[in-house]
Write a protein that binds this ligand. Sequence first.
Ligand code: FAD
Length: 700
Amino acid sequence: AASIKESHCDVLIIGAGPAGLMAANWLAVQGLGASVRIIDKRSDKIFTGQADGLQCRTLEILHSFGLGEDIWRQSNRMIEMRFWNPGADGQLQRTGSVPDTIPGISRWQQCVLHQGRIEKAFLDSIQRHSDGKLAVERAVLPESLSIDEHAVDDPDAYPVTVEVRKLSEEEATPTQMGKSVPNGLFRSSLAPDDTPSSVVGTGDRERIHAKYVIGCDGAHSWTRRQMGSKMEGDQTSFIWGVLDAVPITNFPDVRNRCAIHSVDSGSMMIIPREDGLVRFYIQVSELNRGVDRHSITPEMILATAKAIIAPYTLDIGEGDLDWWTAYVIGQRTADRFALHDRVFIAGDACHTHSPKAGQGMNTSMQDTYNLAWKVAAAVKGVSPRSVLATYEMERKQIAQDLITFDHRFSRLFSGKPAKDEADAAGISMAEFQDAFLKGNRFASGLSVDYQRSLLTVKPESSSKTTVDGGEVVAHAAVAAPADGVASDPSLSAEDAGETRIDVGKRFNTAQVVCHATALPYELADWILSDGRWRIVYFCGDVREPSCAREMQQLGDYLSSDLLPRFTPAEQDVDSVIEVLTVAATPRAECELADFHHALRPHTTKHHRKTADGRYNTSQDYHKVFVDDTTYHQGHGRAYEKYGVATQYGTLVLIRPDGYVSLLVRARDHTQLGAFFEKVLLPAASHKPHQHTRIKRTTPA
Ligand code: FAD
């Protein structure tokens, strides 16, 4: 037999869809590019079709990697959702309109852009962050996976062995089914798994020894099968078709998102897209009516769409159909997401559901966004392996919530409208609209609330205690406005509620002002995804002697105890834990020197090397912010929005993925140490060759 090449890597990612690319990007950003591999059995990435909806949370995450604004610019924003239903006379009519995204919930609103462009943004970012050392290895198929169970607890071991084979061009190219218009049937639930058989293959083989494997290989996941993880749940009986086209129509709302229920021709969802495209999701038929997938053509899907939208007309001119597919919805989750916390699955590999609420790609990327910083921390010796167990715990819950949500939403979407109130079998349109509104918060990705764990310190029973006394608290109370600051009449209690700090949820943004430069910033612009932990210190008003005293004690604790304990001496002092301060003092009423030196450290900001190869450090001017008015962008009212007090200090501890771990009064700062004792390893254990050098950029 031909000899097999042997190799080692820290992390092997299988599958380069949205989940795999998010993982690769996150690892590359944290400096692991050279020790990560990502393989895909396909010879090319997706160019058209597939997923397109990006929810608020995903946009926040993309922005934290510096990718949000470009994607936002290219995308089509979804502002309004309109409901069309049969009236008493059976004629289709507009029955309601609601905002597509809950106003005020995020600085971003849901938008659409096809998967290929999102994947492209990741591919470019991976290349940039890894200096070209990490790239997708295409046409590579994994054929066997084994784990040395004796070695799984050794942080330095490579216990997972994966044998891979290079595929021929023919094996790696999916056959397009049917006609010449690009379609997604080869990836659809209606198609059999198209993984090439390993018996016929003759390509070069390699045996990869990895510390960690992340399976992002989609709904037919090979990795899931190797792990012995099973999909649990059901398949629905409706076949749905998708057409991406530039339509010719007299339907007035074609540039809005619409849900249309016809009397008895089925339902349709309209999604206005970028570049004049419109996506139509059309309920084609029920499976048990004997329709087989070979009989489904774009013409047949269009004919059904015409019946649903009648009396309005709908046509697609020659050459105007961009892409199409058809699928049956399965609502299932994997029973395990991890094996020995060495092999993980993420994305469609562990949950499948209907695409209509635009959740799949978003949830898939958020899975690996949750996982990859934990894997990086374990590889770098920054965190103990115990943090890895929180992946399955946190994301399995999300997957199950998603299935429950999708179940309700698709049933209401697929069902026939009730003829009248007595029609119990029919779907009440008021109920559908109500379900949409309620589901909207879930669909935005912002209701994610991670449960209590070593990463999330909240009381067992309730998450609704207030900042008070010395206790660990789960969310900040909306405090009274600062003395002398009139309450902003435009700020409703609801707005404040969207920004308020909740342990387990993502840390929201508010406008603050950089003390050194007078520039207004969204605070989230400084909470970048770079692998660091962050402490946001709301120090109150530094003119108050009690606040100043508290700051002195906290600063001494940070500089002489907490930071040196977990940060190797040769690294920047903010490279593992960064502290950002927000003062309630007007900018003109305080000087930078009023802030403890630990809050305005010197860092190797500009990467200027000295002759002996070391880096010079200089004062970092972007650590201290104030909650004050600005010359051109008004007042952010950050203290009010976050609901934190101005008369004493509050500390918010934020995970590398932006979720709040701990919320305590500043006087109880030793709780930070108690927290990190379990979550970070002492500085001496961090692997010297994988030290983090933070790429410092100023947000736009
Ligand atoms: P995939 O995108 O399936 O990627 C898996 C990758 O792994 C592929 O590149 C594949 O080639 C590779 N692979 C598979 N098997 C192997 C193997 N054995 N070895 C090596 N590589 C392998 N989601 C949304 O969020 N919003 C939407 O608007 C939306 N609309 C959708 C519309 C349609 C019509 C469809 C079909 C899906 C839609 N989705 C949507 C869902 C979304 O496409 C998926 O949830 C998402 O692509 C999942 O990402 P993933 O990375 O987990 O898997």
